[in-house]
Write a protein that binds this ligand. Structure first.
Ligand SMILES: Cc1cc2nc3c(=O)[nH]c(=O)nc-3n(C[C@H](O)[C@H](O)[C@H](O)COP(=O)(O)OP(=O)(O)OC[C@H]3O[C@@H](n4cnc5c(N)ncnc54)[C@H](O)[C@@H]3O)c2cc1C
Length: 436
């Protein structure tokens, strides 16, 4: 095992392996330390590299995201796709993602494996079951990390250290502190290892964390169902919610669902018990519940899937039938039916608004699923500049320390335009910064 390298990468997912492969291509020696027993992180479950196609669109949907960081994603995205293709991995033509993005399907596992092969071929090493305990500093400068690899304590020395541990969603204390008091009750929709290792190491040397209200990326899933395996992360996500109506335990709508399922998930987290009743009519069922979320993705009838697995759901032939909603669910069915009638009568004047789909939900039967948010990764995290350098609260960079991917905070703030794109772009920038 080599204990010195030009770049030491902590975390072998999208950001870490991209940075390591890029630095290798630039002629550097690289060591990657992965906590899990295999590489791939959450990236192995992803299918699309996507983002907003222009700076203007990015600013419209993510107005409070850090301007330099969000622009970097738009500016470098095409070069990022070329980089993936350059590893021999096919990236499909662009298809619409949500109402504002363009996405390219690619085989993430093939890409991540290609990165590992290139790192090793360049003389680098990728070590799994590696637990980093602390950073090593020389004065203000980060110069390595103390780790335990396969039970053996090793001090790694490096010109640059990159934090790429994928966020802190698996850490109950941290998500309660940085997201919401209800957050640790919510299902985890991610790899199980991203529990704040990067955040802890960054703050130990004075890094700034933020922004406080950035929220998280995740999706609504049927309440009470457990993920059986990683396939369920997509299979149970109720992406169609942007065309449905969501009611809290007070039997009221509380958010513009048409903004997108990922944003509605944030809003529901803050409601009592973080659960709500998602109602679709026959139009929404036919057009969206049974359709593909993104062109090319497998279509799953989410209602049938929820019913099959014993989730809390039901079909009401008419609005009158809502009064038979089981009492133990905690909602007043008749009151919800009345709210739906009001939404339908209000049309475009409805409040909360339904900006992007104000068609009435007036065609029975109605498909009802109780839902709760599942968390993929927080959007609050380590502050960086556009070269991926970790920043202190006064805005100065911490010498020798970089961060990329879901460890980073502030790229998106109560908004989202791709996690793979962010990890790709800042992984490449980190690889370049480390070898500049
Ligand atoms: C089901 C699912 C589907 C998704 N689909 C898409 C999609 O289609 N498009 C898209 O843009 N985004 C998608 N995402 C999000 C995307 O996967 C992430 O944004 C992306 O993987 C982030 O890259 P990363 O390198 O920061 O984290 P990851 O890829 O998760 O990698 C982090 C790595 O760090 C390791 N690690 C954690 N702690 C430590 C530690 N202390 N020391 C060492 N290693 C550590 C982890 O084990 C992991 O291997 C999806 C996510 C999920 C869960």
């Amino acid at each position: 095992m080599d204990s010195t390298a030009d770049l030491l990468v902590i975390g072998a997912g999208m950001a870490g392996l991209t940075a390591a492969a890029r630095a290798t291509a630039n002629g550097a020696t690289v060591t990657v330390l992965e906590k899990g027993s295999a590489t791939g992180g959450s990236a192995q479950f992803a299918g699309y590299a996507w983002t907003a196609p222009t700076r203007e669109m990015m600013s419209e949907i993510n107005p409070h995201g850090d301007r330099a960081l969000r622009n970097a994603i738009v500016d470098d995205f095409a070069a990022g796709l070329d980089w993936i293709r350059g590893r021999g991995v096919e990236c499909a033509d662009g298809v619409p993602v949500l109402r504002y993005g363009i996405g390219h399907a690619f085989d993430t596992v093939q890409y991540l494996d290609a990165c590992v092969r290139e790192i090793k071929a360049g003389g680098g090493q990728v070590l799994t079951d590696a637990e980093v305990r602390s950073l090593v500093t020389d004065g203000d400068t980060v110069v390595g990390a103390d780790a335990v690899v396969g039970g053996e304590s090793v001090q790694f020395r490096a010109g640059t250290v990159l934090l790429a541990t994928g966020g802190f969603q698996a850490n109950h204390e941290l998500i309660d502190e940085h997201l919401h008091a209800n957050a640790s009750q919510l299902p985890l929709r991610s790899n199980p290892h991203s529990d704040g290792g990067g955040l802890r190491l960054a703050t130990s040397v004075g890094a700034d964390i933020g922004p406080r209200d950035a929220g998280f990326y995740g999706h609504l899933i049927p309440a009470g169902l457990k993920f059986r395996d990683s396939g369920d992360f997509v299979e149970l996500s109720l992406y169609y919610s942007e065309h449905a109506l969501l009611f809290n335990l007070g039997n009221k709508r509380f958010y513009d669902e048409t903004q997108g399922d990922h944003l509605t998930a944030n809003a529901l987290m803050e409601q009592p018990e973080s659960r709500g009743l998602l109602v679709a009519d026959a139009r929404v069922y036919e057009e969206f519940i049974c359709g593909s979320y993104v062109e090319g993705a497998v279509a799953v009838d989410k209602y049938s899937e929820t019913a099959k697995r014993g989730g809390r759901c039901g079909i009401a032939a008419t609005l009158e039938d809502f009064e038979y909603l089981p009492e133990e669910w905690g909602y007043d069915g008749a009151a919800i039916a009345e709210e739906i009638r009001k939404v339908n009568a209000a049309g475009q004047k409805v409040f909360p608004p339904r900006e992007y789909d104000f068609d009435p939900l007036d065609r029975g039967p109605y498909y009802i699923i109780e839902t709760t948010p599942a968390v993929t990764f927080p959007l609050v995290g380590i502050r960086i500049d556009e070269n991926a350098s970790v920043l202190r609260a006064d805005g100065s960079p911490i010498p020798g320390l970089l961060a990329a991917g879901s460890d980073v905070g502030g790229i998106y703030r109560r908004a989202y335009a791709g996690g793979i794109s962010a990890a790709l772009v800042f992984g490449l920038r980190a690889g370049d910064s480390a070898t500049r």
